[in-house]
Write a new protein. Structure first.
Length: 101
């Protein structure tokens, strides 16, 4: 998967289309990502102690990695990501401006 934890991404499909955020978690096996503040789902939390009230909290949920696009650090535009060999190491680069990410 070309998107990693800490990357800034733009959502291209769904209810949060056009919004951007930072990737909190990338599940490579499932090909899904969690983006900070996007795709929020409400969950009911039961009270932990007697006399305490339950709560409804909003937490970010998974989005398919195919529905987000990486925002390049150097040009600041959403673009595709490529890989190239530099010596014996593989590095990611922006396909628009050819800068290494």
């Amino acid at each position: 998967m070309k998107i990693k934890k800490g990357d800034k991404v733009l959502v291209t499909v769904g209810k949060d289309r056009g919004k951007s955020g930072k990737v909190l978690h990338a599940a490579e096996r499932d090909h899904k990502v969690v983006v900070e503040g996007l795709n929020l789902v409400k969950k009911n939390v039961r009270p932990k102690k007697q006399g305490e009230k339950g709560q409804i909290i909003s937490t970010p949920s998974f989005i398919s990695a195919s529905n987000v696009q990486l925002i390049c650090e150097s040009c600041g535009k959403p673009s595709k990501v490529g890989y190239r060999l530099k010596g014996s190491k593989k590095e990611r680069y922006c396909k628009k401006c050819k800068a290494t990410n």
